[in-house]
Design a protein around this ligand. Structure first.
Ligand SMILES: [Zn+2]
Length: 226
């Protein structure tokens, strides 16, 4: 009898991991998809800015390097340029990569775009949950001090209304709904564990409220139903 119990528990444990493995892959695929969409639009922006002369619209553009000289104030002796002790540097002393138009001679700073990785997309999406939880926590613990000069609101109700409004910020609620609806609570738990030292996870841990998380669209993992 007891053996069956252990056997069953072990089976459920394996089943859980297998389920979460699939779910994790699906979510990271979704992140990848979002990242590549964002990357292709920033790639387009990059090539527009670098490959067309903003002055004459020519596409006859080459790479060039330019040393941009800033003005140096005060004495600089020892410790190098960036030493905070001696002198101050106004403007830039920098070697900039620039683009140069072969037709009109116009030069401009090369535009670099930052590519997004799927992991960063995941952090962004976790951040949304953290912010919601934090605002919900503020609402739950909201107090009003009528003797406080710094109190921005006229009453507790008014203050709560403002917090409620913040909590219902449509873009955030919508984004959470779009990304997280149907994801299991266990999966969120695993992601938080994985990103434990990051801001996005810390915010969730610090303001943790399971009921509210479920209300955001997460569901319980019911192993007997999978
Ligand atoms: Zn030009």
């Amino acid at each position: 009898m007891i053996f069956n119990y252990f056997k069953k528990r072990k089976e459920l444990k394996v089943k859980r991991i297998q389920f979460l493995r699939v779910e994790k892959r699906k979510i990271l695929d979704k992140c990848e998809e979002i990242a590549s969409k964002q990357n292709s639009s920033s790639y387009k922006r990059k090539s527009d800015k670098n490959d067309i002369c903003p002055n004459c619209k020519s596409k006859n553009i080459v790479d060039a390097i330019k040393r941009v000289q800033g003005d140096i104030k005060g004495s600089i002796s020892g410790g190098g340029f960036l030493s905070p002790i001696n002198g101050r540097i106004g403007g830039n002393i920098d070697t900039n990569e620039i683009r140069k138009c072969q037709d009109c001679g116009n030069e401009w700073k090369k535009y670099e775009c930052d590519y997004k990785l799927k992991r960063e997309v995941l952090h962004d999406k976790l951040n949304l949950i953290g912010w919601q939880l934090e605002d919900y926590d503020d609402l739950k613990n909201c107090t009003y001090n009528e003797n406080d000069l710094n109190e921005k609101y006229n009453s507790l109700e008014e203050k709560k209304d403002a917090l409620r409004e913040k909590l219902n910020l449509t873009y955030r609620v919508k984004e959470i709904e779009e990304f997280w609806t149907g994801v299991t609570f266990d999966m969120l738990d695993e992601f938080v564990k994985l990103e434990e030292n990051r801001y996005c996870a810390r915010k969730i841990i610090d303001n943790y409220d399971k009921d509210f998380i479920l209300k955001m669209g997460f569901k319980e993992l019911e192993l007997d139903k999978i």
